[in-house]
Design a protein around this ligand. Structure first.
Ligand code: F6R
Length: 520
């Protein structure tokens, strides 16, 4: 959940750092750091870091945006970390005992100390790296100044290959302005880059990995929108033909329809999985990825949903099911992701890069997979439903309210998604509930302090009356078109967005969260 950007080449270091750090900031944004001849690191966001960054920088560049796991958000815990002859940045978490003279509270500095204390050439040290945990590491070894070493396990690391220049990053977006050629490293890979070459090894042997070409059409720009999130809500309309044109492989239709399927996902992707279950009525058992290992019963097929394709909880669950012989079907937005590489079948989301930390257009494209599965796609009606959701007035909800999103049946996953968006962006407690369940406990909270977003359906009207009778303020969500869940979704996305902006909170970068959750 950190962003890494590394560069060796002849470009202006400041320009490369600016572009690259802004592109990976969505992965973590509580502190920023750079090694470029000297180490500069600071708590805060990328913009303020760059404003104060000394322009007298030298090659190579190792830069990092942090999302704290070990150690508080303090300057000393920001990356890069230096120990002896080793300077490194790290994404992931590892278990290592402490070493003498550490300056931070991080596991990452312990890796630097561990590497510094090892014997042999640096490549041998990486070959013998025996770390319990997950890591993408990039290392500057002071005795080998023209190389940057790397090692990767369970978190993404990508080499960008340019003309007389090389990059290493957690995301293609960090170097896409300079080169579209890239290699996605695999678990256990280690090696080095110089300005003109790269070498990749795995278990002591040099290995070749496929060089891929990134399609620049997917490039994400904010345009005239004040935030990526608002742009991405509007993308749901703009990209509708593109989303609809994403094909579900024929075999997948048959497998999903005719088999009992375990579905795993986290956060919004979980809500989308639940939505697909309600919509299709297929034999789907939907699990939260991080809980799956406790419940798994050797499935024949596993459907994994992850827009990033990198969520560690989901990847671990996929690997577990795969080790028991399950065939993996995935729904993802990143065809080059770890999840895609583990899958037997892929259903692409095709919405381009989503920069806002909160899932919007990726969630939308995921639930459209459900509509495709039951052959219920009418582009004009879906467009009209989105517009209805765009046009309904959003109100500012008093921060002290107890906020509930209620829906019954297929509206329940939409209620869950509405509550998740709201708490994530507005920092207010909000709960999504099946409307019928509230009388089994939560109803005691429904006094005048309660604010209820109630999704109307024919079978939920009694619950509506029960709530009104207790004095709660109710915002009745009453879209009556054939795709009313889409209208409600878009309305809930806008509700969270506008309430966050009203409170001067950045909807693109909600506190404590990151776009791609590559830690447990
Ligand atoms: C909420 C949100 C998160 C993600 C979750 C899974 O707006 O974005 O809850 O849905 O972290 O992410 P993916 O789909 O990348 O596995």
């Amino acid at each position: 959940m950190c962003g890494i950007l590394v560069y060796i080449g002849d470009r202006d270091p400041y320009e490369v750092i600016c572009n690259g750090l802004k592109a990976v900031e969505y992965r973590g944004y509580d502190s920023v750091g750079v090694y470029a001849g000297k180490i500069f690191k600071k708590v805060g966001d990328v913009d303020s870091f760059l404003k104060n960054l000394d322009r007298n920088l030298s090659m190579p560049i190792i830069a990092h945006t942090r999302w704290a796991t070990h150690g508080k958000v303090e300057d000393k815990n920001a990356h890069p970390h230096e120990y002896g002859d080793v300077i490194l940045v790290h994404n992931g978490t590892v278990d290592l005992p402490p070493f003498p003279n550490l300056k931070s509270d991080t596991d990452s500095e312990r890796i630097a100390a561990y590497l510094d204390n090892m014997e042999g050439s640096f490549l041998d040290r990486l070959k013998n790296l025996n770390l319990n945990g997950t890591y993408a590491l990039v290392i500057f070894y002071k005795k080998d100044k023209d190389k940057l070493y790397f090692a990767k396990k369970d978190t993404p690391l990508i080499i960008g290959i340019g003309n007389n220049e090389m990059f290493l990053s957690s995301d293609i977006a960090a170097f896409i302005d300079y080169t579209t050629k890239y290699i996605r490293l695999e678990d256990g890979d280690y090696g080095y880059i110089t300005k003109n070459e790269y070498k990749i090894y795995n278990k002591g042997m040099e290995v070749k990995r496929e060089i891929k070409e990134y399609d620049k059409k997917q490039d994400a720009k904010k345009g005239n929108f004040p935030h990526f999130m608002l742009k991405e809500i509007h993308d749901q309309l703009e990209l509708l033909p593109e989303i609809i044109s994403q094909k579900i492989p024929e075999d997948v239709f048959d497998i999903l329809k005719n088999n009992r399927i375990d579905v795993i996902a986290a956060g919004s992707s979980y809500n989308a999985g639940l939505f697909i279950k309600y919509l299709t009525n297929y034999d789907l058992s939907v699990y939260i990825s991080s809980e799956y290992s406790y419940l798994m019963r050797n499935p024949e097929y596993l459907l994994a949903i992850s827009q990033s394709g990198e969520t560690l909880d989901t990847i671990k669950a996929v690997k577990l099911a795969k080790s028991k012989g399950a065939k993996i079907i995935s729904i993802t937005n990143y065809l080059g992701s770890t999840l895609a590489s583990l899958s037997d079948f892929i259903i692409p989301l095709g919405v381009g890069i989503e920069k806002g930390v909160a899932a919007t257009k990726t969630f939308f494209s995921t639930i459209l997979v459900g509509y495709k599965l039951i052959n219920k796609i009418n582009i004009e009606k879906i467009r009209a439903a989105i517009l209805e959701g765009m046009n309904k007035n959003v109100e500012v909800i008093d921060q002290d309210s107890k906020i509930f999103f209620l829906g019954k049946g297929i509206n329940y996953p939409i209620a869950l998604e509405g509550a998740l968006k709201f708490k994530e962006l507005v920092y207010c407690h909000a709960e999504g509930l099946p409307a019928g369940e509230m009388k089994h406990g939560p109803l005691s909270l429904f006094d005048k302090q309660a604010y209820v977003l109630f999704i109307k359906s024919e079978d939920s009207i009694y619950n509506y009356e029960e709530i009104k009778a207790r004095g709660a303020r109710v915002n009745l969500i009453d879209f009556s078109n054939e795709y009313s869940q889409i209208s409600t979704l878009v309305y809930f996305q806008r509700l969270a967005y506008h309430n966050a902006v009203y409170r001067n909170q950045d909807p693109d970068k909600p506190r404590f969260l990151a776009k791609s959750v590559t830690v447990e």
